[in-house]
Structure formats: C-alpha cells, structure tokens
Design a protein around this ligand. Sequence first.
Ligand SMILES: [Ca+2]
Ligand SMILES: [Ca+2]
Length: 475
Amino acid sequence: MRLHHTLLFPLLATGLLAQAPAPAAPGQPPAAPAATPAEPPPPFVAQPALGGLRFDNPIAIVAAPGETNRLFVVERAGRIILIPDLAKPERVTFLDITAEIGDTQGERGLIALAFHPDYRRNRQFYLWLTTTVPGQGPAMRLERYTASATDPNKADPTTGQPLITQPDRASNHNGGQVAFGPDNYLYLSIGDEGGANDQYQNSQLVDKNFFAGLLRLDVDKKPGSLPPNPHPAVHPGTYTIPPDNPWVGAKEFNGQPVDPAKVRTEFYAVGLRNPYRFSFDPVTGALWLGDVGQDRIEEVDVIRKGGNYGWNYREADQPFYAPQRGGRGGRRGATPAAPATPPPPPTPARTPPPGVTFDEPVFTYFHPQPVAPAGTLDIGNSITGGIVYRGTALPALAGRYVFGDYNSGRIWALSRVEVGKDGRPAGKATAELLARRPGIVSFAQDPRTGDVLLANISSGYIERLAPNPAAATKP
Ligand SMILES: [Ca+2]
Ligand SMILES: [Ca+2]
C-alpha cells in the first residue's frame, strides 16, 4: 500500500481520504463538508451546477470550441457524457470506451479530454487514458477519436487512433492533462510513472521515455514540423514536432551530452512529478499547472518553454529528501503524530549538476504538521490545478488563478501575477481561501458565463462556485 495506492482515487499525493464526504443519495444535493470550527465561513460554496444530474466518478469537464450550450463530462471508467442543452441538463453517452480502459485501480482510467481547435470541421478530439496492452501490460496512452459526421451527439469507439502508448509500471502519477494551446499545438502533461521518490528514475532526462514533464505535439503535421525521433511508444506518422520545441537538436541536457537523434523532442518542459492538471489563461495564453508533491510541498507553476521545474532534485522550491519508507514518509497523512521511534534518516538530496538552475514555483503550500515548518501554510497534500478566472460575475476574481487541494478541500484564488513574454512569472503569488470542498479533480469554465465549474469525484456532481450566503463578507 505504500507505493501503489491501489484502492482509492486519486491519492495523487497520498493519504487523507478520510476528509472526502460520502456521496449523496441519487437526486439529492451533496452534503456540505464539515467546517473547521476555528475558521469563519469562506466566501464561496460549491453547489450542483447541472440540476440533479450525477455522474460516475466525474474527472473532467470540457466544452467544445465555440460552443456555449453543450458540455462534456468525462467519467473515469471510460465514458464521455454529453449534456446537449445546458438549459435542460440531460445525460447522453457521447463515447463509451470502458472496454479499452479496463482497470481503474489507483489513479488509472480515462483522465483527460481536449477538442481539436477545428473540431467543428474535423470532429477530432484527444484523450489521455490508461489501458492494458495485450501481452505487455498496463500503459498510458494519448489517443485521437473522431465524432460522428451525422450525429453531433455521438462518437464511434472504433475510430480510436493512438499517438503514444507507453508502458506504466505503477498505477499512480499518470498525470495528466491534454489541452490545445493558443498556438494550436497539443500539450500533454505526464507524471514520473509513479511509486515514490521517482523510483523508476524517469525525471531529469530528455532521452529516455515520456515521463515527468510536459510535451508539445503538432497533431496537424503542419509544413516545417519535424518527425519525432523513433521510440517504441510512438505510433509512427501520427504527429510531428513543432520546429521550435526547446530540445530539438539538443546536444546536451543539464550539462551532460545527449544524442540529438535520441532526444525526445516532444518535451516542452521537464522536472515535473505528477502534473495532474494544467490550463491556459484564455486571455494571456500563460500555462498554469499544479504539480502534486510527495511528502511535504505542493506547487503551482507557470510553465515556460524549456523550463525545468526541479523534480526530483527538488520538491517544489526545496531540496528533495527521499524518505526511508516506514519512517516519516511511510504512510503519510491522516495521523501526523510524531513517531514513537525516530524515523530512519532521509536519503540525501541529489545534487544537481553544476550550472543547472530550476524554475521557481509561483506558489507553494505545505502538507499538515509536523511536516510543515512553523508559520507556513499547512493546508493540504494533493493539489488540483485550476483555471484563470475570466468570467464577469465575480470581478474580484478577474485574472486570478483558482485551484484547490483534493484532500483538504481548500479552494483558493492566487493574487494576480504578471507573466512575461518568455513565460516566466514575475514573482510569487499569495493565496486567498475561497471555499472548502474536498474531492475536486478538475476545474473548468462554464461556457455560458465563465463561472468556475468543479468536477467532484466524491459527490458525483459537477459543481459551481457560488457566493456563500453564510459568509460574513460577500465576494
Ligand atoms: Ca503510473
Ligand atoms: Ca518543482
């Protein structure tokens, strides 16, 4: 149970699932989570956003480009549910690939969905999922599907075309998000394969596999894009590489020589542990990402091209000490009392090669005491990356990153941070508590209003951040 966390989803960091509320009875709104008595009511609450509609482990919410009255909800077992008319929410099964997904242990399942920017014409969408390859075993997969030419409410499960299929030895740390950027390239975030401590030694490499970073692909194979270097995970001919990807032609990485013919030129940024959710600010195009920490620290990053975010030399902005299992890091979370006997000493942090520098997170928070140093925020242990709010109903949140912690249920807005043309944030952000709602695995924008929508895998509802009638100060 220490490394694989096979029983409950998502266990993105580990532990602390006890705080997730029990699912509500069908047709009933979810019960409000118990408030911490010492804290005043937060300014927002989460309310069901689609009437009484419930979902089976909803894990992502996506609108197709240009559409304002339909919404797609991804169910983890392998279904995409379409709500064809948001004014009268009803479930229509758009795609069912539960047979391809199969195993949903640990953090496995259908994880993310992105519509092609030209979906209206080409009907293409991309999925990030886990599957089992016959004769080989568990794998993670990027796959394109195509919707029906005659029925806008259907996609045919036989249209699947994998782009990347990569063996995956641990059920956790699969990432991942798929999303098209403002440049119309497909971005994909992938974790370090899993277990703990980057035990498979996948981080800080650009010439091995497709783990522990963010990829950028040209799925349209535009003129001038480059073929990927051969690799067993690549389905040849299904995509090309943007010519300005940062490691195209690279002869060294982190000060060490690499063979340009073996570099995974798909990488756009590296040094991520489990980059479960990211999104683009629809106004600035900046890429905001939540990277799940291990034992101590959660982080928000603004990702730039060629950035290195430190894992596993660092956890967030501090040296990473791999704990000896059975000690402090053995089974983290619910009972953070001091152990009766001192834990074995942690493994010393790896020393980065000389001259290697890392990109700093824009915001961090710690896991609960005693892990957190005194005076720091100790408010969760599994970040769910969110969205930059660009709705109009809540001017106080305009241009601010809204995200949360899956386990503690805290949902915050960061202070506004400028992002430079090079993609770097101009300094650190501070956080304001908006709401408490455990079980949130995705944030999305209501295509009608820009309201913040939440996929709550514990309650089964798609929820909306709404002003809290019990709050002392109104947002
Ligand atoms: Ca994995
Ligand atoms: Ca980092």
